[in-house]
Design a protein around this ligand. Structure first.
Ligand SMILES: *Cc1c(COP(=O)(O)O)cnc(C)c1O
Length: 422
């Protein structure tokens, strides 16, 4: 492909799955350099919940840019920062009965996870982090240590200590409550599992294959964290900001995490911004103990504030996400039952996974979908799950067109793979 090949390191990945030059975008449509229209069901891995270049959010940042207001100020106070904090407090936290301190970290999700783990270890004086099979928390060393995927772990080049993996909800089949297993191991002084500083969990595992934890399981895990003195951390980087229909993905289970990690769609515009929400009694940091140059970039805070004001002041947006999510789920279930008995559909809200069981089928499906004008990505330990993360603002017609492309591509993929004698 023009320019990137040979210039950019071989480490590039998405430009391989989606070989085109993308020049402009609006909402759920991306234009390639050659003027091709692509439907986007990937949304920047969940960083574009409000669509590309959402014009209502764009107005706020163009005005801000034009006024020569502070863009970079390290973590110094600015009107943009104060407005974000006040807006998030009043619109998001207060109505939900939540109270947190805010910590802006470096702009990646991984850096926010590092901060959360550091804080949990500092507060408890313990080292062990309990994380879960198929969990994904980012690719810096502390975060990889808590990430299941062998592909990412083995390239780190050092040992990755400090985490104990427990089976996620459903990992051992529908008959086994894995929370009971976690409790049993923590109660047993002979289990070999050190007392945890934290339990780190996603309510729906995004990279891990759209694995959905139940309300009861999440409540048990929260109770176990409390019982054993561990900090309960929800990684809401991908599933937060409305992806599962409510602002936080844990609201449906009425959880009250000690620490919540947000990033990806937090800025509302695809600008980098990451943050921890910390219960006040756990805010044990000394000034500057976790620092970074780009903590709470003002432009990203302005777009984040605009997104919250625009979409979260009433419950209508949540209801729309739920309605569209149900449509999407029903349609995918119909496609699954029509075209084979091996397919499974999972998810919550507008985070859905179509499990092809076979990597080859999933690969051929997303490749053919791209050729037909749909950007859709895969996840799961073997990349066997087609992952649907359309913008939460997508209109019904575009959603439908994308689904038609997906169905055609799946049919062709099944034929292609059968033809190879698999
Ligand atoms: C993307 C992601 C991360 C890592 O965020 P980066 O910005 O890529 O470092 C961590 N946890 C979850 C659940 C994610 O989806």
């Amino acid at each position: 492909m023009r320019a990137v090949e040979g210039l950019e390191s071989k480490v590039r990945s998405y430009s391989r799955s989606f070989p085109a030059v993308f020049s402009r975008a609006r909402g759920s449509i991306i234009l390639t350099e050659n003027g091709r229209q692509m439907i986007d069901f990937f949304s920047g891995a969940g960083a574009l919940n409000y669509g590309h270049n959402n014009h209502r959010i764009k107005a706020a940042i163009t005005e801000y840019l034009a006024s020569d207001a502070m863009i970079h100020g390290l973590d110094m106070a600015t009107p943009a920062r104060i407005e974000f904090l006040e807006t998030f407090n009043s619109v998001i936290l207060e109505g939900r009965g939540l109270q947190y301190r805010y910590q802006f970290t470096g702009p990646t999700g991984a850096n926010a996870i590092e901060a959360a783990l550091k804080l949990a270890r500092k507060v408890t004086g313990r080292q062990n982090i309990i994380s879960f099979t198929q969990g994904y928390h980012g690719l810096s060393l502390g975060a990889i240590a808590a990430t299941g995927n062998r592909f990412y772990r083995k390239v780190s080049g050092v040992s990755l200590p400090g985490a104990t993996f427990m089976p996620y909800d459903g990992y051992l089949g529908p008959g086994v409550d894995t929370a009971d297993y976690v409790r049993k191991l923590l109660m047993d002084d002979g289990s070999g599992v050190d007392s945890p500083a934290a339990i780190l969990v996603e309510t729906v595992q995004g990279e891990g294959g759209i694995n959905v934890a139940s309300k009861q399981w999440l409540q048990s895990i929260q109770a176990i964290a409390k019982e054993f003195g561990a900090v309960f951390i929800v990684d809401d980087i991908q599933m937060g900001c409305g992806r599962t229909s409510e602002f936080f993905s844990f609201e449906f289970a009425a959880l009250s995490p000690d620490v919540v990690v947000l990033s990806k769609s937090l800025s509302g515009y695809g600008l980098p911004l990451s943050m921890l929400l910390i219960k006040e009694e756990l805010d044990a940091w000394e000034p500057g103990e976790h620092t970074g140059t780009f903590r709470g970039n003002n432009l990203a805070l302005v777009s984040a504030t605009a997104a919250i004001n625009m979409y979260w002041r009433c419950t209508r947006f949540s209801e729309e996400i739920r309605r569209m999510g149900e449509l999407l789920l029903r349609r995918l279930e119909a496609i699954a039952s029509e075209h084979g008995n091996d397919f499974a559909v999972r998810g919550r809200g507008m985070a859905l996974g179509f499990d092809c069981q076979m990597t080859e089928v999933a690969e051929a499906t997303t490749r053919r979908a791209f050729e037909k004008g749909l950007i859709v990505e895969r996840c799961g330990p073997d990349d066997q799950v087609v992952k649907f993360l359309p913008a939460l603002t997508i209109d019904f017609e575009t959603l439908n067109r994308g689904l038609e492309i997906f169905e055609e591509s799946l049919i062709e993929a099944v034929t292609e793979v059968r033809g190879k004698g698999c």
